[in-house]
Design a protein around this ligand. Structure first.
Ligand code: FMN
Length: 204
């Protein structure tokens, strides 16, 4: 019976808890610098971030967790001096992987084949479809990639709220200066989830 199946799937998070946490969330302007997210909770948030959906699963992004306080001060100076950058327990920078191309698709296929334990050849139709997409994207490929990154940001903010971790999404910074500080050329920084963020690379 469909109703029963839905109830079973949803049993771990009750609808009222979801809405309560989303109502609780807000973009925190002032963090208490003495409060730190514990390692286990942080690990969970990183995993949630890595599980963010993207078109084809291509994940055209890189997430940086900035730990060095000196680097965070430098970033703050080019982010309207916003205090969240230095005061939040964790700082995550969301970077867009620019100019995604067939080489990226091939790397992704190799990784997927390895993780799934299947021959690369079995993924040839999927690879062909993605190569066709990156060769002739329906919109600018960097614009497309930036949209994917915003999905990850949204997922991360919701995940943080679900476990009661404060956060602040932030676009108020000089992207070119952030690129310089990170030594990034291929990627362009898009924005960062304040206070907690996760990071790594997804490997479903
Ligand atoms: C993409 C994005 C960028 C934002 N950039 C900043 C920022 O640089 N600094 C800041 O204090 N808040 C920033 N905010 C927070 C918004 O101002 C805030 O989300 C909005 O006022 C709605 O309030 P709420 O999120 O607390 O409900 C940003 C929010 C989003 C979604």
């Amino acid at each position: 019976m469909p109703g029963t199946a839905t109830e079973t799937i949803n049993a771990s998070i009750r609808s009222k808890d979801l809405v309560r946490q989303l109502q609780w969330r807000y973009a925190v302007k002032k963090f208490d610098a003495s409060l730190k997210i514990g390692p286990d909770l942080w690990q969970t948030l990183e995993e949630a971030l890595v599980l963010s959906p993207s078109s084809f699963g291509l994940q055209p992004w890189k997430f940086f967790v900035v730990k060095n306080p000196d680097v965070r001060k430098k970033l703050q100076a080019v982010a309207w001096n916003q205090s969240q950058i230095v005061d939040a327990s964790h700082l995550v920078v969301f970077a867009v992987k620019k100019n995604l191309n067939a080489d990226d698709v091939r790397r992704f296929i190799a990784l997927t084949a390895e993780i799934r334990g299947v021959p690369k050849e079995s993924l040839a139709p999927y690879q062909g479809m993605m190569e066709g997409f990156v060769a002739k994207p329906p919109i600018d490929i960097n614009e497309w990639a930036a949209r994917q990154v915003y999905i990850a940001l949204g997922n991360f903010l919701t995940s943080a709220a679900m476990v009661g971790v404060d956060a602040c999404p932030m676009e108020g910074f000089d992207r070119a200066k952030f690129d310089e500080i990170f030594g990034i050329r291929q990627e362009r920084l898009c924005h960062r989830g304040g206070r907690h963020g996760g990071i790594p690379r997804r490997g479903r």
